[in-house]
Unconditional design. Structure first.
Length: 198
């Protein structure tokens, strides 16, 4: 009896190979041949699942984005019932920084995808959609806090700050502790107080 093939699992195996190569060598090193070698499959297998490099990169980017979203959801869930708006936003943005082992492993690949999105419309579109959703969620949390502030502008500031801090930590421009302090400074300015502030 022929073995049943899990096509989604195979695609994710290939996506993991793409992300591994991107994290170590950048996206220029990602070729169908290199990915096949990294995944331990034939080049024909890679071509069976992806029509070309751009399709493969887009799938890999979405796979790594899904992993980041799961980490964020776990971090927010770990806050327990009825967390403050500030704590939710901090948990969310904290997962975008390369602080945990998982985030440190993924951040170089994410950064490579961000750079590629400048010249790859499909990747840029995926980033725009995800970014708009993230900013909208953060703006909603900011609106829940009493006070006069532009929630959309503050949400855009916080997401841009997290992106910049991720790159600066990766390149050694700032230490992780300083990145967290910078994030907390801006969260305190918006939400008032420290952790637990409503």
């Amino acid at each position: 009896m022929p073995k049943k093939v899990d096509h989604q699992e195979r695609r994710e195996q290939i996506a993991a190979a793409v992300c591994g190569l991107a994290a170590r060598q950048g996206l220029d090193a990602v070729t169908l041949r290199q990915v096949a070698a990294e995944a331990g499959v034939s080049m024909g297998r890679v071509q069976h699942y992806f029509a070309g490099k751009d399709e493969m990169l887009l799938f890999a980017f979405r796979a790594i984005s899904d992993r980041v979203e799961r980490r964020i959801a776990e971090a927010v869930t770990a806050l327990g019932p009825d967390p403050s708006a500030r704590d939710v936003v901090r948990a969310l943005l904290g997962e975008l920084l390369p602080l945990s082992t998982a985030a440190r492993d993924e951040a170089p690949a994410l950064t490579a995808f961000l750079a590629r999105a400048v010249v790859e419309p499909a990747l840029a579109e995926s980033l725009r959609e995800g970014g708009a959703g993230l900013r909208g969620f953060i703006a909603e949390k900011i609106r829940a806090v009493p006070g006069e502030r532009d929630a959309v502008l503050e949400a855009a500031t916080l997401t841009a700050l997290a992106d910049g801090l991720m790159t600066q930590v990766l390149t050694g421009q700032v230490e992780a502790d300083l990145a967290v302090a910078v994030l907390d400074l801006h969260l305190d300015r918006i939400f008032g107080g420290g952790p637990g502030a409503r």
